[in-house]
Design a protein around this ligand. Structure first.
Ligand code: OAD
Length: 261
C-alpha cells in the first residue's frame, strides 16, 4: 500500500505520468464513462433508468426468460447507438498507451460492450462483459458476430431456429473464465493500474482494484467525480477521460526512459 497523495490537479497529472513512466507493465480497467464522450449513455447517470427499468432488471437471464422482447428492445437500442458512435480522444489515448508499452506489457480490461476500444486501435483488450456485436443461440449455443446489423425484436438462429440472445454477460451470470483469468494475471503483474470512467460498483470487475492494491500497483483513477474507487486509489484525476487521458499520455511521452519514483 502507498500513502495517499494530495496534489494540485497539475501536480497530480505529473505524478501520474511519472508513475506510468516508471512502470514496467500497465493494466487499465474501463467503464461506460470512457465512451460517454462518444455519445453513449452511461448506466448510472441521471435517473439511471431505461424506459422505466433499472439496467439490473433488463440485463438478467430472469428478465430474458420473462420478457425476451423487452430485453431485445433494450439491446437493439444499444446496438443502434453503437452503430452511430466512434471512438473518442480517450479511447485513442489508451491505444497510444498500449503502443508506448507494447501489448505484452499492457492490458486493457473493459466492462464495456461497445467495441470502441478495438475501433480505436487497442489490441490487448479483455472484454469482461462480452460484446454487443455478438449473439448466442439459446438452443445450439453457437456464437455469431452480427456486427451492428439491425436485428428483429425476437431474432432466431439461422442454424436451429431457436431464439438468439445477446452474447453479453448479464447480472447473475459468471464472467468468461479465460478472460477473467487473463485480467487477474494482468493486474497481478502491473505496476500501475488505471481505473477509468467506472462507478466501480459492479463486481467482480470492481474487485480488480483491491487486487491491484494487494499486488502493490499504483492505482490511478480518472473520472468526472469521486466514486467507490476513489478511497482505494493512490491518486484521482477528476475530469473527462477524453481530455485527461490524452494529456496523461502526452506527459508520459515527454518523460522518456524515466524509471524512478
Ligand atoms: P456506470 O454508469 O456505473 O458509471 C460510469 C462512470 O463514468 C461514472 O462514475 C461517471 O462519473 C463516469 N463518467 C461519465 N462520463 C465520464 C467522462 N466523460 N470521463 C470520465 N468519467 C466519466 O458504468 P460502469 O461503471 O461501466 O454491466 O458500469 C459497470 C457495469 O454496470 C456495466 O458494465 C454494466 C452495468 O450495468 C452489465 O451490463 C453486466
Amino acid at each position: 500500500m502507498h500513502p495517499p497523495v494530495d496534489d494540485s490537479p497539475i501536480d497530480a497529472l505529473d505524478r501520474a505520468a511519472r508513475w506510468l513512466a516508471a512502470a514496467r507493465s500497465v493494466a487499465v480497467l474501463t467503464g461506460a464513462g470512457v465512451s460517454a464522450e462518444s455519445g453513449l449513455a452511461t448506466f448510472r447517470a441521471a435517473d439511471g433508468l431505461w424506459e422505466g427499468h433499472r439496467v439490473e432488471d433488463v440485463a438478467t437471464p430472469e428478465a430474458f426468460e420473462r420478457d425476451p422482447a423487452l430485453v431485445w428492445n433494450f439491446y437493439n437500442a444499444r446496438r443502434a447507438s453503437i452503430a452511430a458512435a466512434g471512438p473518442n480522444a480517450g479511447h485513442l489515448a489508451l491505444a497510444a498507451l498500449e503502443n508506448h508499452f507494447g501489448s505484452d506489457r499492457f492490458a486493457l480490461i473493459t466492462q464495456n460492450v461497445d467495441g470502441l476500444h478495438a475501433a480505436a486501435g487497442s489490441r490487448h483488450i479483455l472484454e469482461l462483459h462480452g460484446n454487443l456485436r455478438t449473439v448466442r443461440c439459446t438452443g445450439c449455443g453457437i456464437v455469431t458476430d452480427r456486427g451492428v446489423e439491425a436485428l428483429p425484436e425476437l431474432p432466431r438462429c439461422d442454424a436451429c431456429g431457436e431464439l438468439l440472445r445477446p452474447a453479453v454477460v448479464w447480472f447473475h451470470e459468471p464472467l468468461p473464465e479465460d478472460v477473467w483469468y487473463e485480467a487477474s494475471m494482468a493486474v497481478r503483474d502491473c505496476n500501475c493500474f488505471l481505473v477509468v470512467g467506472t462507478s466501480a460498483v459492479v463486481y467482480p470487475a470492481a474487485g480488480l482494484i483491491e487486487r491491484a492494491r494487494a499486488w502493490d500497483a499504483r492505482v490511478i483513477e480518472i473520472n468526472l467525480a469521486a466514486t467507490e474507487a476513489s478511497h482505494r486509489a493512490d491518486l484521482s484525476l477528476f475530469g473527462p477521460s477524453g481530455q485527461i487521458l490524452p494529456e496523461l499520455v502526452r506527459q508520459l511521452e515527454s518523460k522518456p526512459g524515466e524509471r524512478s519514483e
